[in-house]
Design a protein around this ligand. Structure first.
Ligand code: JHZ
Ligand code: SAH
Length: 403
């Protein structure tokens, strides 16, 4: 049943049994991993693409949550720019107030703090929340939902901006989120969120954007329907190139802001591209199977030739690739990553060991499969010595190739 409108959800792909994408077990503690059925479908009525099974939120977001948003220079720049735009265009009233849902390690709010503007991060994962608090950013360690939003409104007053990046699509209970936004947002304020875009996922076959945390794969059409259902208007959309293609949605109370032409234009484009038709999703499923087949074939061939193949980037996304395609330590012996919290652990489900990124150039393998393909430019530049010494990158977006 659709989590937005209650209609039937037509399943279009089943990835089978999958682990939590951001839980990296210790090597000797792999017996009690949590698994769920990762399947995805589209609502027959409101067209919202969503998972069919929901993982309880405390299993995913807790004090040990390992993802640190500030791990990428490009993302740090992206969010500094986002904050500067808010400071310039939205936070201009007397004593303005901005709330961020899913503020993580403070990657966006840092710039707001520097400007001396009143802010609050709402971040349930205690570890990353503490990191931002240590930098003087104001955060509450809790889930954003109707109740916590009402509490914030009572204590801090209305928010001029409510922002979220890579968080709203993680939250199945969108009805409660919108009631919370309604309680907290100033009359003329905006609710802005950015998330991976279904259009880019279909175009680039980035099936690894589908995992436990990504409960919704948003399109402009489905977000507008959801906003209207919950009493708001989608007033603007903007495409972003980060994380493999995203859209930034701007939501406001009806009648308070003009609706830009971009909204209707993108919805028309989605219709033309067949983003509401079942055959599009069937084709996507066929592409997923082909890419996995090609990738495993390549890895087996390289292994047979005696080549050393590693992974780079212990991403949440790679949980889907490794577990669905059946890639274990026999094909990829180690995954290198810069996140200290992931070191000495193993990858969820596949149990490939995770080690510090310095290992790439220290051990100079023949091939590295780029699991963090969304940071391709940054990583290839940083790890130039690997390529210069003859190492080759393997990517699978939008197709399997060596570079
Ligand atoms: P990255 C997470 O997804 C989870 P992931 C979440 N669900 C989401 O939506 C996005 O983030 C926003 C490492 N790395 O950004 C660090 C290097 O080793 O693709 C990270 O472990 N060297 C909230 O995990 C991983 O790669 C580097 O130079 O798919 C990148 O993870 C860089 C830049 C990163 O997100
Ligand atoms: N905004 C950052 C972080 C994305 S990670 C970025 O774009 O990089 C997603 C974050 O959302 C996690 O830190 C997780 O703890 C948080 N989160 C999950 N559910 C939430 C909820 N209901 N309210 C607030 N934060 C939530």
């Amino acid at each position: 049943m659709c989590r937005i409108c209650g209609s039937t959800v037509g399943e279009f792909f089943d990835f089978g049994r999958q682990p939590l994408s951001d839980t990296f077990p210790e090597p000797d503690r792999v017996d009690d991993e949590f698994f769920f059925r990762l399947a995805v479908g589209i609502c027959e009525s409101c067209a919202m693409v969503q998972l069919l099974e929901e993982v309880p939120r405390d299993r995913m977001f807790h004090d040990g949550y390992p993802y640190h948003s500030s791990g990428s220079a490009r993302m740090r720049e992206h969010f500094a720019g986002t904050a500067r735009r808010f400071l310039r265009e939205e936070l201009t009233a007397d004593d303005p107030f901005i709330v961020e849902i899913g503020s993580n390690d403070g990657v966006m709010l840092r710039t707001i703090r520097d400007a001396g503007v009143r802010h609050l991060g709402v971040e349930p994962s205690g570890g990353v929340a503490d990191l931002s608090r240590a930098e003087g950013i104001r955060v509450v360690t809790t889930f954003f939902e109707e109740e916590s939003a009402r509490r914030i409104r009572a204590e801090d007053g209305p928010a001029d901006v409510i922002f979220a990046a890579n968080t709203i699509c993680h939250i199945p209970y969108l009805d409660s989120i919108f009631r919370g936004v309604d309680a907290l947002l100033a009359p003329g304020g905006v609710f802005v969120f950015e998330d991976p875009y279904l259009g880019d996922i279909l175009e680039l076959n980035t099936f690894d954007q589908i995992y436990d945390e990504h409960f919704y794969l948003f399109s402009v059409n489905s977000v507008r329907a959801a906003a209207r259902r919950f009493g708001f208007d989608l007033v603007d959309v903007q495409r972003l190139s980060v994380h493999g293609g995203e859209v930034r949605y701007t939501i406001a109370r009806p009648g308070t802001r003009p609706v830009t032409a971009a909204v209707e234009a993108m919805i028309a484009e989605e219709r033309e591209r067949g983003m509401l038709e079942h055959t599009t999703f069937e084709q996507f499923g066929a592409n997923v199977k082909r890419i996995c087949g090609d990738l495993v074939e390549l890895l087996r061939r390289l292994r047979a030739e005696g080549k050393r193949v590693v992974g780079y980037g212990a991403t949440a996304k790679s949980a889907t690739v490794t577990n669905y395609c059946g890639i274990g330590p026999d094909l990829v012996e180690v995954v290198y990553d810069t996140t200290p919290a992931k070191h000495g652990r193993v990858m969820p489900g596949s149990h490939i060991p995770v080690r510090p990124a310095s290992g790439l150039t220290e051990t100079q393998p023949d091939y590295a499969i780029l699991f963090a393909w969304n940071h391709e430019e940054e990583i290839k530049q940083k790890e130039k010595a690997f390529h210069d010494a003859g190492g080759r990158w393997i990517t699978y977006v939008p197709d399997v190739r060596i570079s």
